[in-house]
Design a binder for this molecule. Structure first.
Ligand SMILES: [Fe+2]
Length: 289
């Protein structure tokens, strides 16, 4: 048996096992049995917390230092750990305006890097673009008094409650930035488009880019191509299955997104795409639909 065959079998085994867990939830009975990563997120949300003064926060997971990708735009390449064998990438964007910071897809940093974050400005806002990310939102709300903006209700992370909603036309704390919704999804998710340097698209799970598999464990690196996460730009396959209404299609939402101009992409997973993002996303959409 070839290595690829083995990985394919492992991937299917994980999908089936996790799919069985999904079916126990009344609200998710119609979800295809391949939502393994989504269920892992849920398990993590309940199992991987530590405690600070009676308030539950997730621990710090391995991450890189803060790096500046554009003037007043920074990113952190980090991770989330599901178990001893599975850790995958997770990214945060940091937008600075007038000395205030907005964290997009927030991830908690170690003490040294948190000091560096504080030196950039005051953490005032956190943006949750998608309903399946929110592990570290409570940390920033409790420790920094950050204002939480979300795309809407999240069944995975019902707490903390949002202070504001990311809707098209919203008066955002970051200028030259607009909200783009993915219309028709089963739970609300949005993308952010920063109109600078040709356009920077910030996404959560809907669109992801993998130039490499940094911060993935060896098992995750082995499995990723076989469960729909090859080294390229993709429409998140598990996200798509979970978010598409029964008998429906989200193609129109992605075609609408392509009406906008952008050249760079930073997703909550994978790596930063510094140019050619529009073409890359178009190819991903064409392949997904
Ligand atoms: Fe995700």
């Amino acid at each position: 048996m070839r290595l690829g065959d083995g990985a394919r079998i492992v991937g299917q085994t994980v999908r089936d096992a996790m799919g069985a867990l999904v079916s126990e939830n009344d609200d998710t009975k119609r979800i295809p049995r391949s939502c393994s990563l989504w269920i892992l997120w849920r398990l993590d949300a309940h199992a991987a917390h530590d405690y600070h003064g009676g308030v539950t926060h997730a621990p710090v997971y391995p991450h890189d230092p803060i790096e500046e990708v554009l003037p007043d735009v920074f990113m952190v390449r980090g991770s989330i750990r599901f178990n001893a064998f599975m850790r995958i990438s997770r990214n945060m964007a940091i937008l600075r305006h007038a000395g205030e910071l907005t964290l997009v897809n927030p991830i908690r940093l170690n003490e040294d890097e948190e000091q560096n974050l504080r030196s950039l400005g005051q953490v005032k806002h956190i943006f949750r673009l998608g309903p399946f990310h929110g592990l570290d939102d409570a940390y920033y709300v409790d420790r920094f008094g950050a204002e939480l903006w979300t795309a809407g209700e999240s069944k995975t992370y019902p707490e903390p409650k949002a202070d504001a909603t990311l809707t098209p036309g919203a008066d955002l704390p970051v200028p030259d930035t607009e909200v783009i919704t993915f219309a028709g999804t089963r739970q609300p998710e949005i993308a952010l488009l920063c109109h600078r340097n040709g356009g920077l698209l910030l996404t959560c799970d809907a669109i992801q880019h993998y130039g490499d598999y940094r911060h993935n464990t060896w098992l995750a690196r082995l499995m990723m191509p076989f469960i729909g996460f090859p080294r390229t730009t993709i429409v998140g396959p598990i996200w798509l299955k979970f978010m598409t209404p029964e008998g429906g299609s989200l193609e129109a939402a992605f075609r609408s997104l392509l009406q906008h101009d952008f050249d760079m992409l930073l997703s909550a997973h994978g790596s930063f795409l510094g140019r050619g993002a529009h073409d890359a996303v178009k190819k991903a959409v064409d392949k997904a639909f």
